[in-house]
Design a protein around this ligand. Structure first.
Ligand code: PGA
Length: 253
C-alpha cells in the first residue's frame, strides 16, 4: 500500500448483475483520465461474490482493486454450504476483504467468528477492511469510544501485520440514514482512536483509517479537511458511477 494515498472504497452490498461492470468501467475511465490526482488515491470496489471473478479479471492491471464483502470464518475447503473461504478468494486474485460490517454483525457474526476471519484472511495474504462502529443507543449513552475499543481489542492482535489492516469507522446510525457525525466529532474520534490503536497494538505507524456512513458528494466537502482520515467506505453512493466520481471530484476540488 502506498503511504499517503487516499482510499475510496465502494461497498455494493446486495447489488449488481454481470452488466453492472459498466458502472465500474465509467469510474475507471474517470480514474485513468484524472492525471492530476490519480496518483493520490486508490479505488477499491466490493461487488457481491457472484461478480468477483468477473471483475477481478476485468480490472486486472487497471489499478482498480476488487474486494470481497465478507469471507467465512474457516479456511480452505469444507462442508459449509453457501460459504466462501479466504483461501478461495485469494485463489481468484482477490486482495481485499471487508470484515465485521455492522450488517453482518447484526445477522449473527460474533467477535469469535470475526477473530477467525481476520486470522485466516491475513494468513492468505488478503488485506482486511475491518469495520467498527457504535449504534444509536451507545452513542446517546456516550459509549462510542469504549464500544470501538472493545470491537478492536476483541478481534485484532498485536502480532498481526497492520500494514494489511485498514480500519473503517462506520457508526451504525449513520449507515444508509443520511445522518453523519459533525466534522468536529469525527475529528475527535479519529484522533482518539488512532492514538489508542497505536499504543494498544504497539505500532510505529497507524494503519489506514477510513470513515463510512452516508458518504456522498456534499458531505465529502466537509470531511475532506480531516487529515486524520485516509479515505471513505461508500455504500449507496458507490452504486452510481456519477455519485462515486463526484465524491472523488469534490474531494480534490
Ligand atoms: P452507506 O453505507 O454509504 O450507504 O451509508 C456505508 C456502508 O455500509 O459501508
Amino acid at each position: 500500500m502506498t503511504t499517503g494515498s487516499k482510499y475510496f472504497v465502494g461497498n455494493w452490498k446486495m447489488f449488481g448483475i454481470p452488466s453492472s461492470f459498466k458502472i465500474l468501467d465509467r469510474i475507471n475511465q474517470y480514474f485513468q483520465k484524472d492525471t492530476k490526482n490519480k496518483r493520490k488515491y486508490k479505488i477499491i470496489m466490493a461487488p457481491p461474490f457472484t461478480l468477483l471473478q468477473n471483475f477481478v479479471t476485468r480490472y486486472k492491471n487497471k489499478n482498480i482493486f476488487i474486494s470481497a464483502q465478507n469471507c467465512y470464518h474457516k479456511d480452505s475447503f469444507g462442508a459449509y454450504t453457501g460459504n466462501i473461504s479466504p483461501f478461495m478468494l485469494k485463489k481468484i486474485g482477490i486482495n481485499y476483504v471487508i470484515i465485521g460490517h455492522s450488517e453482518n454483525r447484526a445477522s449473527g457474526e460474533t467477535d469469535a467468528m470475526l477473530k477467525k476471519k481476520v486470522f485466516f484472511a491475513l494468513k492468505n495474504n488478503l488485506n482486511i477492511i475491518f469495520c467498527i462502529g457504535e449504534n444509536k443507543k451507545e452513542k446517546r449513552n456516550k459509549k462510542t469510544f469504549s464500544v470501538l475499543k472493545k470491537q478492536l481489542t476483541s478481534v485484532l492482535e498485536i502480532k498481526y501485520n497492520f500494514k494489511n489492516i485498514i480500519i473503517a469507522y462506520e457508526p451504525i446510525w449513520s449507515i444508509g440514514s443520511g445522518k453523519v457525525p459533525s466534522s468536529y466529532e469525527l475529528l475527535k474520534i479519529s484522533i482518539n482512536l488512532k492514538k489508542f490503536i497505536k499504543s494498544k497494538f504497539k505500532l510505529n505507524k497507524m494503519p489506514k483509517f477510513l470513515y463510512g456512513g452516508s458518504v456522498n458528494s456534499q458531505i465529502i466537502s466537509d470531511f475532506k479537511s480531516i487529515k486524520q482520515l485516509d479515505g471513505f467506505l461508500i455504500g449507496g453512493a458507490s452504486k452510481s458511477s456519477k455519485n462515486f466520481i463526484d465524491i472523488i471530484k469534490n474531494f480534490y476540488k
